[in-house]
Design a protein around this ligand. Structure first.
Ligand code: KIV
Length: 275
């Protein structure tokens, strides 16, 4: 089966089909998400928090991202892979942005990149898109600006903020973005933006009016337990399941109950005679 393309994602909105998206960070998570029929995978810089243990996405580097994007590309052969451009890898100028977007595609094996911001990155988006690299925008709570926001707060509640968000979304669409993530945006505003844009909106904490949804895999599988964001639904508690399994393993090793002959290898003991 061929890989999902940005045209397929556009068609899904045109047909009124909701778009599920999830983050993936390595070979096994990419394999699982693809096998579950998820058409679009995000190698998000959220990996800085849920995989690498940083307290924000700010420390994540281009090299970190490439390492993980390559693993996801080895695991997912059909889902569309979007690689997140990390903090300060597209802000200096559009040449820097284009170089890093190119690396994400050429070295990493992603089919698209994501970057945060609205009007202020529109020119950069245009430059990357005109070189044949699809770009996903990201508005609302943009985690790379956490120091400016002063916390993970809902964005766009007031009239001015809402107007600005709509203007930014339209600017991204005009610049050629193929979709836009809306993070921590009130449901009515996200619905309005979704109706005004021809390109799909992908929500996270932005309500059911978006064209698609994205979730952080480690939140929804209960693998990240430091905190559970309000917008995340836990479909499983895998950290607890894994911890129970590991505790059972440790107990069996201590008691001599593991390994048994089933997990061991035999030989003709005559070969050991006289040793
Ligand atoms: O890095 C990430 O996982 C993201 C999603 C939260 C949209 O940007």
């Amino acid at each position: 089966m061929r890989r999902v393309s940005v045209c397929d994602i556009a068609n899904m909105k045109a047909k009124g089909e909701k778009i599920p998206m999830v983050t993936a960070y390595d070979y096994p998570t990419a394999r699982m998400a693809e096998a579950a029929g998820i058409p679009m995978l995000l190698v998000g810089d959220s990996l800085g928090m849920v995989v690498l243990g940083y307290d924000s996405t700010i420390p994540v580097t281009m090299e970190d991202m490439l390492h993980h994007v390559k693993a996801v590309a080895r695991g997912a052969r059909q889902s569309l892979i979007v690689g997140d451009l990390p903090f300060m890898t597209y802000h200096i100028d559009s040449s820097q942005a284009l170089t890093n977007a190119g690396r994400m595609i050429q070295e990493g094996g992603a089919q698209a990149v994501k970057l945060e911001g609205g009007k202020c990155v529109a020119e950069t988006v245009h430059r990357i898109v005109s070189c044949g690299i699809p770009v996903m925008g990201h508005l609302g709570l943009t985690p790379q600006s956490i120091n400016a926001f002063g916390g993970y707060k809902v964005q766009g509640r007031g009239r001015q903020q809402a107007e600005q968000l709509l203007r930014d979304a339209l600017a991204l669409e005009r610049a050629g973005a193929f979709s836009v993530v809306l993070e921590l945006v009130p449901t009515p505003l996200a619905r309005l933006v979704s109706q005004r844009l021809a390109i799909p909106t992908i929500g996270i904490g932005a309500g059911a009016g978006c064209d698609g949804q994205v979730q952080v895999l480690h939140d929804m599988l209960g693998l990240f337990t430091d905190f559970v964001p309000k917008h995340a639904k836990q479909y499983a508690q895998l950290a607890q399941t894994a911890q129970n399994a590991l505790a059972q393993y440790a107990k069996e090793v201590r008691e001599g109950a593991f390994p048994t002959s089933k997990e061991s290898f035999n030989m003709d003991e005559a070969a050991l005679e006289g040793l």
